[in-house]
Write a protein that binds this ligand. Structure first.
Ligand SMILES: [Zn+2]
Length: 428
């Protein structure tokens, strides 16, 4: 009888244990799947299951030393490094970058996983609990929609800056409206509204602007809407269109060089000190950029000149159609020959300072019917509208965005209005 009782007692114990065990599992699963699942996970791990040690790579640190400090012996370290090397070179750890050790939650706290973050989004996982596994991951990014508005007192950038809006947003606004509104000639009282998206890593760390989804600009009582719409999802081509499906872009690029700054505008009344303040009209727009910067054709066309002559230095001239030609001066070297057909965005040469040029820049000249004009003041033909096949979809798409824009209230500016003289200076 006794052995039988013992057996029953043991069975009861076992079932009790197993039940308890099961209960526990159910509990943790519940925790993971129902109660705040996102917050407990990082790098794809449930952090609660480990003792988490975080630090940054210090000067003189190496993968081996970090693991050794955490009680992993050298043969093992060598083994881990050997296994990981095809996926990640452990010698590339950079001083100052954060890393995380996930250690067993027992008294030994043996590390089971090393996670390195080369930047705020990407991470590398080296797992070595039993088998060794190395892989890369990205932290989840969430997009948060924001709204902004303002009334221009002097320049757009000052108004936006005074509201703490990031520079990228200012830049995006000038790009969107590059051909529609001359931000150098704004009027006091012009106003804007924007709906845009911010990026956050794991819902908490701000990681910049994703995009402006919709914008509204009121200039001299005229309204200009802009909506960002994906015209070709396979090629990932998105662009800005107005409420009537018309493109906000023109058939010409805004500038023949990227990331440049305008150092001198088209100005028929320019006077230069060096020439005794004599009238020296500037019939081009100068874009300052480092020597060697690619110069792009601002529209499709045929190269009519590619040569070197006098003050122009090395230059290229392109005929776009019966009305317009463009010319690009002071090149370091040309990349196209006379007679060649070029497409918008093709590299036709590189920034230099040949000819009469005080510093590295491209003097961009815009010809209309044989006369040089200011492209920024021209009513240039618009780029293609939304294709007919997408018009219905577009109209539906912008409905709620337009409503959102229309509902934004203008915030009174906190900055003091500038004096008349300060007002309307040429700053975008
Ligand atoms: Zn010039």
């Amino acid at each position: 009888m006794q052995p039988k009782q013992l057996l029953i007692a043991l069975l009861i114990c076992f079932s009790f244990w197993s039940c308890k065990d099961d209960d526990k599992k159910v509990d943790t699963e519940d925790l993971q799947s129902i109660v705040e699942p996102e917050q407990k996970k990082e790098f794809g791990f449930v952090l609660e299951d480990y003792i988490v040690k975080r630090d940054t790579i210090r000067k003189g640190d190496s993968f081996g030393e970090i693991l050794e400090r955490n009680h992993i012996g050298y043969p093992r370290i060598f083994n881990i490094a050997e296994n990981a090397k095809d996926s990640f070179d452990i010698r590339r750890l950079q001083v100052g970058k954060p890393y995380t050790l996930l250690c067993a939650s027992d008294s030994l706290q043996t590390p089971e996983c090393f996670i390195y973050q080369p930047n705020s989004i990407d991470y590398v996982v080296i797992k070595f609990a039993d088998s060794i596994e190395t892989y890369r991951g990205k932290k989840p990014i969430t997009l948060v929609e924001r709204e902004a508005s303002g009334i221009v007192m002097s320049s757009l950038s000052e108004t936006m800056e005074s509201q703490g809006l990031p520079y990228q947003l200012i830049n995006d606004m000038s790009d969107i409206y590059a051909w529609t509104i001359d931000f150098f000639r704004l009027q006091k009282g012009d106003r804007f509204k924007i709906v845009y998206k911010q990026r956050f890593i794991e819902d908490s760390i701000y990681a910049g602007i994703e995009s402006i989804d919709a914008a509204y600009f009121q200039h001299k009582d005229e309204s200009f809407y802009a909506f960002n719409f994906m015209v070709d999802s396979t090629k990932n081509i998105a662009d800005y269109f107005d409420e009537d499906t018309k493109s906000l872009r023109r058939t010409f690029l805004k500038a023949p060089v990227q990331f440049s700054r305008i150092s001198s505008r088209y100005n028929l009344n320019r006077r230069i000190a060096y020439y005794g303040y004599k009238l020296r009209p500037h019939k081009g727009t100068d874009f300052a950029a480092p020597i060697g910067t690619p110069i792009l054709a601002t529209a499709n066309g045929t190269v009519t000149e590619s040569r070197r002559r006098g003050g122009n230095g090395k230059y290229v001239k392109i005929k776009h159609n019966g009305t317009y030609s463009t010319q690009y001066l002071h090149m370091k070297a040309q990349n196209v020959k006379k007679g060649a057909f070029v497409k918008q965005g093709d590299v036709i040469g590189w920034v230099g300072m040949t000819g009469n040029s005080g510093g590295p820049h491209v003097c961009y000249r815009f010809w209309k019917n044989g006369k040089q004009v200011d492209p920024f003041r021209e009513k240039l033909p618009a780029a293609e509208s939304i294709p007919d096949s997408l018009k219905a979809q577009y109209t539906e798409f912008i409905k709620h965005l337009k409503l959102k824009l229309d509902q934004i209230q203008f915030e009174e500016n906190t900055i003091e209005p500038p004096t008349e003289e300060d007002a309307l200076t040429s700053k975008t």
